[in-house]
Design a protein around this ligand. Structure first.
Ligand SMILES: [Fe+2]
Length: 203
């Protein structure tokens, strides 16, 4: 992942309608994500982290100089989190996963439905701004976690393969305070094929 350019959305701004509206996607991608990226680049420019990928820098957050660590955590985290978020959504998506990730989900959570319940609880229950995650740990293990703000599981040694943004900027225009409805509808745009690829890459 280049840390200097905003990756374009891999689909049209209105492609996730009716579940996620065009105006939200425009603001979220073009404005919010751009700000995270700009502040991250500004912080690492002229440091030894300038030429690393953003992913690598966030994995090595503990090594980042203290005077820029908070900016890297918040804005670098915002950059990598949103870059993943755009990728794991798609139009005409949703449904259920297939292959290795599907097997591991069923093995870990009992069933896909019970995984969904666990993840939904993490997303709805995250107090304030943050994210819900499906992460890969040692041995290809899977776990559901949540993080506050823009903290990324990368900094905790995990590889996120599915993430749900529950900041109000992700849903407020369409759903106002109804986060649970946003989360329930979001399953309709999850790109399981991409999640499966990310799982393969992580193991
Ligand atoms: Fe966001």
């Amino acid at each position: 992942m280049s840390q200097h350019t905003l990756p374009p959305l891999p689909y049209a701004y209105d492609a996730l309608e009716p579940w996620i509206d065009e105006q939200t996607m425009r603001l979220h991608h073009d404005k919010h994500h751009q700000v995270y990226l700009d502040n991250f680049v500004k912080a690492v420019t002229g440091t030894p982290f300038e030429n690393l990928t953003a992913t690598e820098t966030l994995r090595r957050l503990a090594e980042v100089p203290e005077n820029i660590r908070t900016v890297v955590r918040n804005h670098g985290g915002g950059h990598v989190n949103h870059s993943l978020f755009w990728e794991i959504m798609a139009p005409n998506a949703g449904g259920t996963p297939e292959g290795a990730v599907a097997e591991r989900l069923a093995g870990t959570f009992g069933s896909f439905e019970s995984f969904k319940e666990t993840f939904t609880k993490a997303a709805v229950g995250q107090f304030g701004s943050g994210w819900a995650w499906l992460v890969v740990g040692p041995g290809g293990s899977l776990a559901v976690t949540a993080t506050p703000n823009q903290d990324t599981p990368l900094s905790a040694g995990q590889t996120p393969i599915l993430g749900l943004d529950v900041w109000e900027h992700a849903y407020y225009l369409k759903y106002q305070n109804r986060r649970a409805e946003y989360v329930a509808n979001w399953w309709n745009v999850v790109n399981w094929r991409k999640v499966g690829e990310l799982y393969q890459a992580a193991i």
